[in-house]
Write a protein that binds this ligand. Sequence first.
Ligand code: HEC
Ligand code: HEC
Ligand code: HEC
Ligand code: HEC
Length: 303
Amino acid sequence: MNIVYRFLKTVVCSACYLVVSVYMAYAAAPGPKVSELGNKHNLSALARQVGTTTLVPNTNLYRATNDATNNPAGQQVCIFCHTPHNANVEGGAPLWNRAFSTETFSRYSSSTLQIRVNSAARTPAQYDSSTWKPDGSTKLCLSCHDGVSSLGAVLRGGGSGIAMNPAGGNVISSDTAISFASFKPSTNKMKRGHHPVSFVYNSAVAAAINTGKGVASYALPALAEVKLDRNSKMQCTTCHDPHQNQSDDTDAYATTPPRKKAPFWVYHNGSNTASADHDAVCTTCHPLTSPEIGVGPAPAPWP
Ligand code: HEC
Ligand code: HEC
Ligand code: HEC
Ligand code: HEC
C-alpha cells in the first residue's frame, strides 16, 4: 500500500514537475511574431496561428476590418509601419509608412534630473523644455501612440486609409479602462508616466546619475540588446522591440486590461521571468546595489 502510494506520488509529482517546467519553459519563450495571433503590433485583419502558416481572424482590439474586396490592405501586416516604396525617410526612418505625429510633447521632467541640471551630463540644450522634441525611433512609435493619429492612415498602399474594426476604432484610446498605450499629451505620459527618451546617454551621463550611489563603475549598457541610437540617444527601442517580445509575454499585473511587466521587451535571458528580464535592462544603466537605494538628499519639489 505504502509502496503503491509512494510510487503514485512519485509519478504524479514528476508529472507535476514536468507540467510546471514545460509551462515555465513555455511562459518564458518569446512572445508571438508580428504576423502571429496575440502580437499587439499585428494590426492586420488576419493573423497566423502561433508557429503555423494557418491564417485565422485576428482578435486584437486594434485591427483592420476583414474585407478582402473593399479593404485588401487590411489583410497585410508590415504595411501599418513599413512600405518598400516612397517611404517617409526623414531622420533615417526604416522605410516608414506613416506621417510623424504633429502633437507637442513635453520632455520628462524633474528638478533633479542630471541630464537637465548637470552641465557635465548635459549635451548643450538637448533637454531644455523649449527645444526638446522626441526624435529617432521614438518618433516612429508616436506616429501611432500619440493618441490622435489614425492607425489606418498609412502613406502608401492603403488607399484613402485602411478601415479599422469599430471595436477598437482608428485611434489608440487614452481611456485606461480600454488601453494603457496612449501617449496623448493630455495624459502627461511623456512628461511623467514613462521613462525619459530622446536624450544622449554616454559615460558622463552614466557617471552623473550614479555618483554617490555606491556604484563602482559607470559603464555604458553592457547588454548588447540594450541599444542606443546612432546619435547615442536612449529611445523607446532601448527597452522595447517593436516586432516581438523577447521576454515572457504572458506575465502581467492584474489590471483591466492586463498591463504586461515586460511588453515588447528587448531582452531575454535563459529561463528568466519577465521581472528578471525587466530589471536586467534597468540595471545596465542604474546598477544600484540595495543599501544605497534611497540614500541621498530629499529631492526638490517638482516644477
Ligand atoms: C507596429 C509597427 C511595425 C510593424 C507592424 C512592423 N515593423 Fe518593422 N520596424 C518597426 C520599427 C519601429 C523599426 C525600427 C526599430 C529600431 O529603430 O530599432 C522597424 C525596423 C524594421 C527593420 C529594420 C531592421 C530591424 O529589425 O530593426 C526591418 C527589416 C523590419 N522592420 C521589417 C519588418 C517586417 C518584414 C514587418 C512585417 C512582417 C515589420 N517590420 C512590421 C516597426 C514595425
Ligand atoms: C502602427 C501603429 C503602431 C506603431 C507604429 C507602434 N505601435 Fe505600439 N501599439 C500599437 C497598438 C494598436 C497597440 C495595442 C494597444 C492596446 O491594445 O491597448 C500597441 C501596443 C504597444 C505596447 C504594449 C504591448 C502589449 O503586448 O501589451 C508596447 C510596449 C508598444 N506598443 C510599444 C511601441 C513602441 C516602443 C513603438 C515604436 C518602436 C511602437 N509601439 C510603435 C500600435 C503601434
Ligand atoms: C526604460 C525602459 C523603457 C523605455 C525607454 C520605454 N518604455 Fe515603454 N514600457 C516599459 C516597461 C517596463 C513597461 C511595462 C509597464 C510598466 O512597468 O510601466 C512599458 C510599457 C509600455 C506600454 C504598454 C502600456 C503600459 O504603459 O503599460 C507602451 C504602449 C509603451 N511602453 C510604449 C513606449 C513608448 C512609445 C516609449 C517611447 C516614448 C517607451 N515605451 C519607452 C519600459 C520602457
Ligand atoms: C540606457 C540607459 C538606461 C536604461 C536602460 C534605463 N535607464 Fe532609467 N534613466 C537613465 C538616465 C540617463 C536617466 C536620467 C536620470 C537623470 O538625469 O538624473 C534615467 C532616469 C530614470 C528615472 C527617473 C529619475 C528622476 O530623477 O526622475 C527612473 C526612476 C529610472 N530611470 C528607472 C529606470 C528603470 C525602472 C529602467 C528599466 C525599466 C531604466 N531606468 C532603464 C538611463 C537608463
